[in-house]
Design a protein around this ligand. Structure first.
Ligand SMILES: Cc1cc2nc3c(=O)[nH]c(=O)nc-3n(C[C@H](O)[C@H](O)[C@H](O)COP(=O)(O)OP(=O)(O)OC[C@H]3O[C@@H](n4cnc5c(N)ncnc54)[C@H](O)[C@@H]3O)c2cc1C
Length: 503
């Protein structure tokens, strides 16, 4: 998303841009795949703010797609938090959200009002922080500190610290942090700013791209092509070519060299600095020391399910389900599971993409899909890291089967009408993510969203190497919106144009 957005914005400035993608299909985590007559989205289940035509995010999407990408609203309830046998709905509209939470926790009215207030305040402080990432270095020296300071008041604290300053009601804390899977870190480890930005992002509900996630690349492609640029797939960059501390092109895996005036990496900072830059450059700028200051995010498993019957016939909801164990806070549930994978999953996320896309049944009549996601540590799969895709051996397949069956059981617990309707399923593991998206430890969201991540001044578009830039979730935050916004920052840093003002 970050690379495509950078390319589209620069194309609109008249530049000719080539996007190189190592996978056989473009889009990164916004790509889709097809098997056995079904189609699954990988890294998009819902996006906030796009249903409001005048939101910055919607304007940015309209800008990079020439208004061609259409959105389907998920309806009143975007997330359902399930804890044991109780459930709590996140409803559209901040006021409605507050009232709904107060109806579940009437004695916590004051805490809930204050919480929503803090979420808005934190997000308000974010805008200048991100702008400081793109302004020219001399200006940054003058005003950067003042732009960033209000943000640190929120980003330095963990989500848990902020919530505990408002309430001691454990269930309320567990419910309000029930979207932590959207950024991968439980409350005691995550920065409150990340929590607040996700919560605020969905306050006005969730939307899904009409026609599925592939519409993102499908609608951006013509914008890039209009300026003479293009997207190449099966095009793996081996190394960035650097001469006299200036990036001049890329060396491709197939031996070809491609020269360009500016090079942008959307491969994630870990991959970029540890695999794609020459070792002399990495040493010269002590880039390994930078990487030690950040951590890769957790990895995940996703069960992609194909079902017989339309979403309507199967009564599939549009709402996402976040299923949590009845006992323990999120952090202790994660810890218990990481130490022993046979313990209950700390989170199970059910998403119903075919029910969210109004065009689905035109394309796939009489069929439906469901995705189930949970955390899965890379370490559990390390022993198979040297094997190749589809040939990882029986032990790997058995482990996958075990996890798939546990996840299916969760599905049937909550939607018993689906018993006997599942046609096929396939589980992705951290090695799948490593294989297809090139994240070294199969991480789901790039870098961890801890308080210290937001303090790192190197997570910006400009690098110490002339004409070499970064983009993508690592320089803003995880999420399609974060990655899209990163493209705007990188394009602004390259072109010197204030794209935000233009929007
Ligand atoms: C399971 C899952 C569910 C998600 N759900 C949501 C959601 O509902 N809503 C939401 O907003 N966000 C969601 N996200 C997050 C969101 O998808 C990502 O944060 C975002 O798409 C990341 O974009 P990016 O620009 O950082 O690039 P990425 O998508 O990470 O893409 C990086 C690209 O670089 C390519 N690459 C790497 N190395 C090379 C190389 N050497 N040569 C050429 N190409 C290379 C990769 O193949 C890849 O295409 C989800 C993510 C996952 C994994």
């Amino acid at each position: 998303m970050g690379g495509l957005a950078t390319a589209a914005i620069l194309s609109k400035e008249g530049q000719k841009v080539l996007v190189l993608e190592r996978h056989y299909t473009a889009g990164g985590f916004t790509h889709i795949f097809k098997r056995k007559g079904y189609e699954w989205d990988v890294g998009i289940h819902y996006i906030g703010e796009v249903q409001r035509e005048n939101s910055i995010l919607r304007k940015l999407f309209d800008y990079v797609t020439d208004g061609k990408l259409k959105w389907a609203d998920m309806g009143e309830v975007y997330d359902r938090i399930v804890i044991g046998n109780r459930h709590f709905d996140f409803v559209k509209g901040a006021e409605n959200f507050k009232n709904q939470m107060i109806s579940y926790f009437p004695e916590e009215q004051h805490a809930i009002n204050k919480y929503v207030d803090l979420v808005f305040k934190a997000v308000k402080a974010s805008r200048n922080f991100y702008i400081s990432k793109a302004i020219p270095p001399f200006l940054n020296k003058l005003v950067g500190r003042f732009l960033r300071k209000p943000f640190y008041n929120f980003s330095d604290k963990t989500t848990d610290e902020v919530l505990r300053s408002l309430t001691s009601n454990e269930t309320l804390i567990k419910v309000l942090t029930g979207q932590y899977g959207d950024y991968g870190l439980p409350p005691k480890q995550s920065s409150f700013i990340m929590h607040a930005s996700v919560v605020r992002h969905y306050f006005n509900g969730g939307s899904f791209p009409v026609g599925g996630s592939s519409q993102i690349v499908g609608t951006i492609d013509p914008v890039i092509a209009a300026s003479g640029g293009s997207i190449l797939v099966n095009a793996e960059v081996e190394e960035v070519i650097i001469e006299k501390n200036t990036a001049i092109g890329v060396q491709m895996k197939d031996g070809k060299k491609i020269l360009a005036k500016k090079i942008v990496s959307n491969a994630g900072i870990m991959t970029t600095y540890s695999k794609l830059l020459p070792s002399e450059t990495v040493e010269k700028h002590r880039l390994k020391a930078q990487l030690k200051k950040v951590k890769p995010s957790v990895a995940h498993a996703s069960l992609y399910i194909g079902l017989e019957g339309s979403p309507k016939e199967l009564q599939l909801p549009k709402t996402n389900y976040w299923i949590y164990p009845a006992e323990g806070d999120h952090d202790s549930c994660v810890e218990r599971y990481i130490n022993d994978l046979s313990q209950p999953f700390p989170v199970v996320y059910l998403s119903f993409p075919s029910a969210k896309d109004p065009d689905w049944s035109n394309r796939y009549p009489g069929k439906s899909t469901i995705d189930i996601i949970t955390l899965l540590p890379y370490e559990a799969f390390k022993k198979w890291a040297d094997t190749s895709w589809k040939k990882r051996g029986n032990a790997y397949e058995t482990f996958k089967k075990e996890i798939s069956e546990r996840l299916l059981k969760e599905l049937y617990n909550h939607l018993p009408q689906l018993q006997g309707k599942v046609n096929c399923y396939e589980l992705s593991t951290p090695l799948t993510t490593q294989h297809f998206v090139n994240y070294g430890r199969g991480e789901i969201y790039g870098l961890d969203h801890s308080p210290s991540r937001f303090k790192q001044k190197f997570l910006v578009p400009r690098t110490p190497i002339k004409n070499f830039y970064l983009t993508g979730q690592d320089i803003v935050t995880a999420g399609v919106a974060g990655a899209l916004f990163s493209g705007m920052l990188t394009a602004s840093a390259i072109s010197g144009k204030n794209v935000l003002k233009k929007l």
